[in-house]
Ligand binder design. Sequence first.
Ligand SMILES: NC(=O)c1ccc[n+]([C@@H]2O[C@H](COP(=O)([O-])OP(=O)(O)OC[C@H]3O[C@@H](n4cnc5c(N)ncnc54)[C@H](OP(=O)(O)O)[C@@H]3O)[C@@H](O)[C@H]2O)c1
Length: 320
Amino acid sequence: MRAWKCVTWGGPNHLKLGNVPDPECGAGQVEIMVNACGVNFADLLLISGRYQVRPELPFVPGMEVAGRITRVGEGCEMFSVGDKAAAYVKHGGYADRVVAPIAQVVKIPESISFSAAAAFPVSYGSAELALDRAGLSAGEVVVIGGAAGAVGAACVELVKHRGAVVIACVGDSAKEEIARACGADEIVSSRSHNLKTDLQKVASRVDVIIDPIGGSFFEESLQMLGYGGRVVSLGFASGKIPSIRLNHFLVKHQSVVGSSFGLTCVKDPDLISAKWPQLAEMLEAGQINPRVSQIRPFAELPAALQLLKDRKVAGRIVLN
Ligand SMILES: NC(=O)c1ccc[n+]([C@@H]2O[C@H](COP(=O)([O-])OP(=O)(O)OC[C@H]3O[C@@H](n4cnc5c(N)ncnc54)[C@H](OP(=O)(O)O)[C@@H]3O)[C@@H](O)[C@H]2O)c1
């Protein structure tokens, strides 16, 4: 089958399009014939050898796919050949076929396009888990970094669904439009040199910070976090991993929690499986809308990843 291969650690242009053997489909797994793949920021980390896992070279990257189920392993009776589905996979997604453990597979309503489906499992799975980790309550004020990115935009929609207030931090006016369409109440610029002052103009307190960025976003937004506030650390898109001074957390009863969708799929697959039916219902009802900004041919993966690297993407790029 056709696949993009990572043969050496590096940037998008190191990837090679070629052929690899079809995957094996074992017990507890289904095979999906891939119609569309979501292009993830974490792919950049994975192919450069800077991700939390380092697969053995060569490997096929790609972690988010949608298509139809073509094979069903033993113990997967809840799925049938022909079902429309989307899945998160550790890697292997930029290929014609992929195999995924069932906890990472969600049935997709027929009314939803393959492109939208391919922008769904990682963004909304990660966002939903992050909000649980935050212990978010209705009425709380939430600052979201990278709020027009794929995960950030999903967080905006799900925070609004839980009845809380969103301050979205975004880099330009096109991204502002996306964040507003997702329901953001206030917008602040991520390019500002004084994020704390900008936050003070729109909120008197912050209860929760959702942080996929790290670096100065973490440091500056933290200064606005109130008594009992929580930070959910999701990633370090800035490339900078912040350090914390615990004294502030002690005095203000604050906490910082990590949230890893990928690792939770492995450590607590039942928790993830339990989330899919409700998220799929919300998708079908139009309560959540994966933001697909561009649909590009499969052959254009390196160009798509480069756009992500250059911070030029709002929502998700999808390949088909
Ligand atoms: N922990 C988890 O469960 C989990 C799951 C999925 C993804 N993630 C992580 O979450 C992050 C976002 O993923 P994504 O797929 O949503 O990516 P994305 O769509 O590219 O969004 C990332 C956002 O980060 C901002 N950004 C990018 N480069 C930056 C830089 N150099 N400095 C400051 N801000 C920068 C951009 O926002 P602006 O330009 O608008 O500021 C961009 O929209 C990544 O770090 C990824 O690894 C974590």
